[in-house]
Design a protein around this ligand. Structure first.
Ligand SMILES: [Zn+2]
Length: 286
C-alpha cells in the first residue's frame, strides 16, 4: 500500500520532533535502593527492552505490518524506578494546566514491596511488543526503570510532539486494601485539551471493554463509576492535545490484585488487553 509506505517512511526517517523525544534517563544509575527494588522482578521471566530505533531514543518502529500500519502510539509507563532516590528532582513543582503539581512521584507498591514503577514498565514493554507487531510505531516516555522522571509535563509533551494517534499512561493504584479492580482516568476540558476530551472518552470506553474482557479484572470498586473516573488534576491529560487516558490496572494494596500485578503472565495479559483496546479505538479513526 503506497500511501502507508510513504507515511511510514516519513515517520521512520526522523523529524525534528523525533529527534527531540524520548528523554534519556537523567540519572542512569540512580541508586542502590532502586537496584534492590528490581530484585522483586517476577520469577516467571521478564520482558526485554526492544532495540532502539534510529529516529530517537524513545521511538520504536514496527516489527511487522498489520492493522496498525502508520499509527503512532504513545506508551507512558508511569513513574520511574530512580524516583525513590531523587526527591529533589521529582518534587519540583510544575504547572499542570490548572494548578501546580509535582514533576513526578514514586508511585505505589504492593505490601511486599513490588513497585508500581516496575509493574508499569513491564506492562509497557509487553504492550510495545504487541503494538509493533501490529504495525504501529511506538513512542515510550522512558526507556528504562532505573532513571528519574521525566516530569509529567514532558510525558504529555512527547505525545503531542509526535502527534500520537492515541496515548495511554500505564499505572496501578494504591487504593484501600478492601477495594480492587481497574479504572480509566479521563481528561476534563481545561482549554488546552478541549479537542481531545470527546475522543479520549471513546478511547476510555474501548479500553474499559477490552481490559475487562482480556483480563477478567473487575472495574474498580472504589474509583470512578463503572470503571471511568474523570480527572482534572493530572498534567498528563490536562496538557495533552492527542487522545489520551490513564489506566489504573489494579489496586496494588489489595491482596487479590497484588497477586496479579506481580505475575509476569498477568502483566503480559494486561498489555495484550490494552493493545486490543487501543486497536479498537484506532480502527474507528482510519
Ligand atoms: Zn501511578
Amino acid at each position: 500500500m503506497p500511501a502507508l509506505t510513504i507515511l511510514l517512511s516519513v515517520w521512520t526517517t526522523g523529524s525534528a520532533a523525533g529527534q527531540a523525544i524520548g528523554q534519556p534517563d537523567p540519572v542512569p544509575h540512580a541508586s542502590t535502593k532502586a537496584t534492590s527494588k528490581a530484585s522483586h522482578a517476577p520469577s516467571e521471566g521478564t520482558p526485554s527492552l526492544p532495540p532502539m530505533a534510529s529516529g530517537g531514543p524513545g521511538r520504536f518502529p514496527p516489527t511487522a505490518t498489520g492493522i496498525l500500519d502508520g499509527k503512532v502510539i504513545l506508551v507512558d509507563p508511569g513513574h520511574n524506578g530512580g524516583n525513590f532516590a531523587a526527591a529533589s528532582i521529582i518534587n519540583r513543582l510544575i504547572w499542570n494546566g490548572r494548578e501546580t503539581e509535582t514533576c513526578d512521584t514514586t508511585g505505589t507498591q504492593t505490601d511486599s514491596g513490588y513497585t508500581e514503577a516496575l509493574f508499569n514498565w513491564h506492562v509497557a514493554l509487553y504492550l510495545t511488543a504487541d503494538l509493533r507487531a501490529e504495525g504501529a510505531i511506538v513512542v515510550l516516555t522512558r526507556t528504562s526503570n532505573t532513571g528519574v522522571g521525566p516530569c509529567v509535563t514532558e510525558r504529555a509533551a512527547i505525545g503531542n510532539e509526535v502527534h500520537a494517534n492515541a496515548a495511554v499512561s500505564i499505572h496501578a493504584d494504591g487504593g484501600p486494601p478492601g477495594g480492587r479492580g481497574f479504572a480509566i482516568l479521563e481528561p476534563v476540558a481545561d482549554g488546552i485539551n478541549n479537542s481531545i476530551v470527546g475522543p479520549s472518552a471513546v478511547l476510555g470506553a474501548d479500553l474499559r471493554a477490552a481490559f475487562g474482557k482480556g483480563t477478567g479484572e473487575p472495574v474498580s470498586s472504589y474509583d470512578g463509576v463503572d470503571g471511568i473516573q474523570p480527572r482534572d488534576d493530572l498534567a498528563g491529560i490536562n496538557l495533552s492535545v492527542v487522545p489520551k487516558v490513564f489506566i489504573e490496572c489494579a489496586n496494588m494494596r489489595n491482596s487479590a490484585d497484588a497477586a496479579l500485578v506481580t505475575s509476569s503472565r498477568w502483566q503480559a495479559l494486561a498489555a495484550r488487553a490494552i493493545a486490543a483496546g487501543l486497536t479498537a479505538f484506532l480502527l474507528k479513526h482510519r
